[in-house]
Design a protein around this ligand. Structure first.
Ligand code: NAD
Length: 438
């Protein structure tokens, strides 16, 4: 854990520390990923089965590629009823939040005879990648599928790696059913992304691929971008806590640890105006880590990418935060709303002592797929917007076009595009008949 006192450290130091985790440094995997993607594009299902045997040690065939209804029932038999109810409760809250994000087509008319607008439609096919290698993420199923459902996407499919016995984790299947996905294929990694991007004999091509995954998944999404749309390339998780002397040090430390446990690349940073709180949080971090199951990961993450920064004022804390642009920001100060108003860059902001980050991971309602690696400067959380597209609508009657005739011709001729000018001029040239049709 690094410790900076303002004046010794600077915002740039922490930024540098975090930049070391940038996906740009993952170059060594790119060649392998692009050869997997090309292979699946060329050889379809056969390549999918080959890579699944190689990386997941599972023998999958045309008969077993898609999850069946009896596998779904088996999964429900294995999952605790209380767990199912909690997932349903989370799904209802997530859906309600995303309903507020819906957009509708609109049309404006004016007295001159124009109608201009935007037609808003869902994309037709979405593919959701659900990781399943080292851990299981049913919450990711809800967070990625429900915005697509709310947007009105008709065809949503899911891919997730099978275990060596060719089975999908029951929690993933239960979450898929609760969020309303019926088409689930047992394939993971770069081969899953390629299958959804290009289609195979069995797996249909989609318009957009969303969902987190390891480095193979992330680089494959980058490789297929353009053939299909993608959500984003998610980097390792981050939390930054702004706290003053009113914060509870045990709460602050617990929330930092909740991110540090994700993996060794995760980052947890505290920026505080109170030297006393900084000392207390440092002690809490040590004490609490020893009692947690993932203490080895936490220690590595705090050592590499953890920091406590003491600043003179909250204004300085806000300036550092805006520079770092964290994925998750917690504000534990006397007046968190006032601080929030001055924050420009953050994926999600948690206000006050009783809004811990894991609340947002599972139950609050807003999406937990958030921009990482300082990309909250220009990216937003996953939302219904990710699953819609817009088409411009233009209608002018004769009088309305006449009003703009001269301007259009002038602008077209300025660009030396005489056919553009002619397409307008012809409509007002006497009987509208040219030499060509005589
Ligand atoms: P995964 O499903 O992403 O990856 C498993 C797949 O990786 C396998 O099916 C295999 O095809 C491929 N693979 C493994 N080793 C390979 C190799 N040597 N060469 C080529 N391909 C190989 O599951 P995971 O590995 O557990 O990773 C999940 C990731 O998702 C983690 O990094 C986790 O942090 C991230 N995640 C992020 C969020 C978020 O919201 N940002 C949520 C959940 C998970």
């Amino acid at each position: 854990m690094k410790r900076f006192d303002f004046g010794q450290g600077s915002p740039i130091d922490i930024k540098k520390m975090l930049e070391a985790r940038n996906p740009a440094s993952y170059g060594q995997y790119e060649e392998q990923v692009s050869s997997i993607v090309e292979d699946v594009r060329k050889n379809g299902d056969e390549a999918v089965f080959r890579y699944t045997a190689m990386f997941d040690k599972a023998a999958i065939s045309l008969q077993t590629l898609r999850v069946t209804e009896s596998e779904m029932e088996e999964a429900f038999g294995k999952v605790d009823k209380a767990y199912v109810r909690s997932l349903e409760k989370a799904a209802a809250r997530i859906e309600a939040h995303h309903q507020k994000q819906r957009r509708y087509s609109w049309f404006d008319t004016d007295a001159h005879g124009t109608m201009l607008g935007q037609k808003v439609l869902p994309i037709e096919r979405a593919g959701v990648y659900v990781p399943g290698g080292k851990a299981v993420y049913p919450s990711s199923v809800l967070m990625n599928v429900l915005p697509a459902k709310v947007a009105g996407v008709e065809h949503i499919l899911m891919t997730t790696p099978p275990d060596a016995a060719g089975k999908v984790n029951p929690l993933t299947l239960v979450a898929a059913r609760i969020s309303g996905v019926e088409e689930i294929y047992k394939v993971g990694g770069a081969q899953a992304i390629a299958a959804m991007a290009f289609g195979t004999g069995t797996i249909p091509k989609v318009d957009k691929i969303v969902g987190p995954g390891n480095i193979y998944v992330a680089l494959a999404k980058k490789a297929v971008y353009g053939f299909v749309n993608i959500d984003s390339i998610a980097g390792p998780s981050e939390i930054l806590v702004i706290a003053d002397e009113t914060a509870n040090p045990a709460f602050v430390a617990a929330d930092m640890l909740s991110q540090a446990e994700h993996d060794e690349l995760a980052s947890a940073v505290l920026v505080t105006t109170s030297r006393e709180l900084a000392d207390q949080v440092e002690r809490e971090l040590k004490g609490q880590t020893s009692r947690l199951s993932r203490s080895a990961i936490i220690e590595a993450s705090l050592e590499n990418y953890g920091a406590i920064v003491v600043v003179g004022t909250l204004e300085e804390a806000i300036a550092i935060t805006n520079e770092i642009a964290p994925e998750h920001l917690e504000i534990c100060t006397r007046d968190p709303f006032e601080v929030m108003n001055k924050v420009r860059n953050a994926g999600a902001i948690f206000l006050g002592n009783f809004s811990p980050e894991p609340l947002g991971d599972y139950m609050a309602g807003p999406n937990h797929v958030l921009p990482t690696n300082a990309t909250s400067r220009f990216f937003s959380p996953l939302s219904v917007d990710d699953f819609i597209k817009k088409t411009s609508i233009i209608h002018f009657n004769e009088a309305a076009l006449k009003e703009l005739e001269e301007d259009i011709i002038r602008l077209a001729e300025g660009e030396e595009l005489t056919a553009h000018a002619q397409a307008v001029r012809i409509r007002f040239a006497g009987d509208g008949v040219t030499g060509g049709t005589k």
